[in-house]
Design a protein around this ligand. Sequence first.
Ligand SMILES: Nc1nc2c(ncn2[C@@H]2O[C@H](COP(=O)(O)OP(=O)(O)OP(=O)(O)O)[C@@H](O)[C@H]2O)c(=O)[nH]1
Ligand SMILES: [Mg+2]
Length: 463
Amino acid sequence: MADIFTATAGITLEKVIFAVVGHPNKGKSSIVSTLSQDDSINISGYSGTTTKATCYQVKTARSGYELVDTPGFQRPTKVIAWLNQHAPTANLRAQAVSDFVADPQCQQQFPDEVELLTPLIKGAAILYVVDGSRPYGAEYEAEMEILRWTGRPSMALINPIESEQYVAEWERALTQYFKIVRVFNPMTADFTRQIELLQAFAHLNPNWASTLNTITEDLQQQRITQKTNSAMILSRLVEDLCFHRDSQKVLNQQQAKIIQPALEKKYKSWMLARENQAICELFANYQHFQIEIDLGQLDLPPDLFDLDKWYAWGLTKQQLVSAAALAGAAAGVTLDIALAGHSLMLGAIGGGLAGFGSAWFGADRLAQLKLHGLPFGGYEACFGPIKNRNFPYVVIGRFIYLSRQISERNHANRNQLSFAATDFQQNVTLLEKSTQKALHQACDKLIKQQTVDNLQTILLPLL
Ligand SMILES: Nc1nc2c(ncn2[C@@H]2O[C@H](COP(=O)(O)OP(=O)(O)OP(=O)(O)O)[C@@H](O)[C@H]2O)c(=O)[nH]1
Ligand SMILES: [Mg+2]
């Protein structure tokens, strides 16, 4: 680990490195995991999970910094006694820490402290982590004293693991040792909190300010790109699912009947596999690689073909009627768009256009077997594409639901995905009227297997 590196044409920038240190099991690895967006980092309820100092490169488009995860202090009182013996005066303290790390006997006796102090003597700044749900105690003073001896810039982070009960008490103690003290919960800190923390890092060393600013800008841009990517993944998914059909040549109607179950199965499994693929792409877009997807466990309808649950994920029947009006889907029907969604309008449609509703919903059947005669004899039996009007909305609703959860999920969070039900219908009504109209027109086209040029742009506001 070098202190200095050359950035561009002759400008020398100091490398930004933080070592995350503290007592065992206080969330050090969790903090590294969330800030580096790396869900492969080992986190557990067992004390002593991290045994080696490990450096994680946080790379952004134009810049980056390093976070070193370290094992917790094990015998800080003994270590400070050793240091006291080896540095009679304050000017020798930093050297005493270096000597401690280099001493073969210390390496054997205090492996964890040697591991955690090594990055500090190589130039890393200190992020000292404590648990704000446990009371402060004098036993932490030896740890903070050792850190002070390194002479490195430092900051304390209070992680309220279970509660904020002792945060104030910790703040009073920590400000005695650290100029900057922040509360940061790696499980729940949202993007804004993470950016605020990065900006606080800049106060540790003025030379780092410009690098940290670039990193902040890059991360903000990354969020925008991730949303655009999600919209692209969704637009491809909904188009593929709406257009898909499976077919097989048969000699006669009887043969078609025989192959129907197999063809239907093939069709459905393709559709489900395609949706799963999009979900994997979505997770990868947010750098979540360790989440096992088991849609059955989510509070989602177990599969795309569960008709009973459809209206929870797509639009309500009433909304579908408004959608028809907004999309201008029914030939010859012109309605005042400003009235869309208003109950009066629904009444007008119900009264004035008897039978229109059921035509709009389409058959409740998702897809049916169809037989087409072939020019040189025989038939083509085919399954799909889906004709139900609500189908594109269901696909979009499910994806939006997952997308919102995953975009807000911190990488330290290893809990299973368990979601409260969301309200896709409400999401749609909250959109600008013109955006709603564009969405309904797009879904209307999709269900007719017509391509929609700017589908990605239309879907973006939903994300
Ligand atoms: N509920 C909750 N649990 C947390 C939070 N932060 C950490 N934990 C849990 O605390 C435990 C320790 O987290 P780690 O990040 O592994 O802690 P560590 O300090 O790296 O631990 P060692 O490597 O053993 O020193 C794990 O069970 C985490 O899931 C939090 O903010 N909220
Ligand atoms: Mg750890």
